[in-house]
Write a new protein. Sequence first.
Length: 405
Amino acid sequence: MDVVAWDWLTFAMRWFHVIAGIAWIGSSFYFIALDLGLRRPDGAPTGVSGEAWQVHGGGFYHIQKYMVAPDKLPKELTWFKWEAYATWISGFFLLILVYYAGAELYLIDRTIMDLPVWAAVAIGLASLGLGWLAYDLLCRTPLGNNDAALGAALLIFLVAAGWLLSHLFSGRGAMLHLGALIGTMMVGNVFFVIIPNQKRVVADLIAGKDPDPELGRQAKQRSLHNNYLTLPVLFLMLVIHLPLAFATQWNWAIAGLVIVMGAVIRHFFNEMHAGRGMPLWTWAAAAVLFVGAMWLSALPPGAQGAHQAAAAGPRTAALAASPHFAEAESIVIGRCAMCHAETPAWNGLRRPPGNVVLEGPEDVLRHARAIEMQTVRSHAMPPGNVSHMSEDERRLLAAWLADAR
């Protein structure tokens, strides 16, 4: 597929993923705030546990919540599930388009583990499937009867998963897969527990049976997990734009701090919506955790350096053999290495943007596709043409890249 068409396809899927995610998270945040803010009025109908009056868009809304279900169900019942499913499906296809199709660039770091593409993809897929099974099993153990103990075990599980992924993939690939694992857990909760349990309750009511209260408890517990994991998963989806977090040897520990940070921030809003005051200690705790993440990101790099080896392949060989390669390498290093170096010379940069290092011929070959998209087919790089790359230099880069077609 043409590189331009491929990038537009990736962008379209990314856009769809963002739209679906906004719809899911928006409805989730609304219903959590609504549920916590319900109050039981005097003279409420049988089965009503609480109600709320709200005003929005020039109209008033009167909302009542039944703990199980009313005696008579309406003909039309809205199920909030498709937002979650669309978010996961679009995210999964985006994972394939970016990280699995571009595994040699975004997923594999040969200084961490020299994986063939097929093995890296298999490990990535297995991390999602086995991760969900491990989490679901954890919830069904005796720990599931104690929310606090289960929450602590869940944190240990996610930090361990982040540590393992960081020793298999590039920093970017590890953080993204940890976020994808959490997203899979959240959607799995909706698909395998919350919606099926609600449907069983409805079916029992229609059949005139008393619903099993355990179904409601399980669904509420999984919903609680989704509530507290929402902010961490957003961070892990966005952190690929922050090399200071994903491109360090402590990325897994930073992810652990962020999981706790997101949970305590979410706790603030939960308590506020429930009318239990505003626990400001949560923001103080989040600030301490944030500073901790900053401190870890500033530690000197260890054995897992950011430098990545060049990926071999027919196209790479053709680019290396091109008569234009020497000039192309000189242009890229001359115009880009001030920022894209192990130790950037540009004031204010501690690490190369996007963790892309362009200091030698192997670096230039490895990032040929990104160079094409950022400097030839667009003028995104250098940003603001700060290093004064000329149009003749861009044309020479285009000629070099054409030699591999």
